[in-house]
Design a protein around this ligand. Structure first.
Ligand SMILES: [Zn+2]
Length: 254
């Protein structure tokens, strides 16, 4: 059997004990693969992706244990975490810290207790939460529909996208509405004055910029104001979420 070495810990691996990465490197299944979340797509990852994800979990698990876990049991008005999804992993949202954690729980075989591994994100970086469904063969051989929320964070090293399983399309809609509300986004166009006004401001800023461009006077400031206005109409205003998250993460970003 062909032999290779784990590109992280150097242990010798073969086709069974090693996992091949997209760039041809191998990692060992016994130690180094286990440091990654199960939902991390290792087959399409390079060694650098694996290293970034490993560092992300090391840091994320620490933040989860020290900052977020205490809030899991908090009272509702005391910053209790909101839990989203079904199964494992689950997604937790903390509105007091502006952080989001994807938490995988592992139960130890024949031993009491469990361990948790987490990736922690800034809520402000959440740019996608769309619906997906997939038909899979269940254990009884029958087709079974699974429903997900496809989640993506911007400017995030490590695992920046994943699918969170949801119970059904209704719970997906509740989840999407929850995030829309946090970001002040009202997707149902036309039934809200606030929303209509925001759309108009964005369009006006864009029109001014186009005029400026035509007469050759578009400055960099105008251009970025335009992008900002358009962003706000699509993504909502996230200034407060950025502030909260950066304050919570400051001790960990040293
Ligand atoms: Zn290894």
């Amino acid at each position: 059997m062909a032999k290779n070495t784990c590109a992280i810990c150097g242990k010798e691996v073969n086709l069974v004990t090693g996992q091949k990465l997209a760039d041809g490197n191998y990692i060992c299944r016994k130690v180094c693969r286990k440091k990654l979340l199960k939902c991390f797509e290792v087959v399409s990852a390079t060694l650098d992706d694996v290293k970034e994800h490993t560092a992300q979990i090391e840091k994320g698990t620490k933040i989860w244990q020290e900052v977020l876990l205490p809030l899991k049991k908090a009272k509702k008005n005391d910053g209790k975490l909101k839990c989203l999804g079904v199964g494992n992993p689950l997604l937790y949202v903390s509105t007091t810290t502006g952080l989001v954690a994807l938490v995988e729980t592992r139960y130890k075989f024949m031993v009491f207790g469990k361990s948790e591994h987490a990736c922690v994100y800034r809520l402000a970086d959440l740019v996608q939460y769309s619906y997906e469904e997939e038909v899979v063969k269940g254990s009884d051989g029958k087709n079974e529909k699974k429903e997900f929320c496809a989640i993506m964070f911007k400017d995030t090293p490590g695992m920046y996208g994943f699918r969170l399983e949801v119970a059904n399309s209704k719970s997906y809609q509740d989840l999407a509405k929850y995030f829309d509300t946090l970001f002040g986004i009202q997707k149902t166009l036309g039934n809200s004055f606030k929303n209509a006004k925001r759309q108009l401001n964005a369009i006006k800023a864009a029109a001014d910029a186009v005029k400026g461009a035509a007469s050759g006077t578009l400055t960099e400031d105008q251009a970025s104001a335009t992008m900002g206005a358009l962003d706000a109409s699509i993504y909502g205003d996230r200034t407060e979420w950025i502030k909260k998250a950066d304050a919570a993460l400051a001790p960990y970003n040293k």
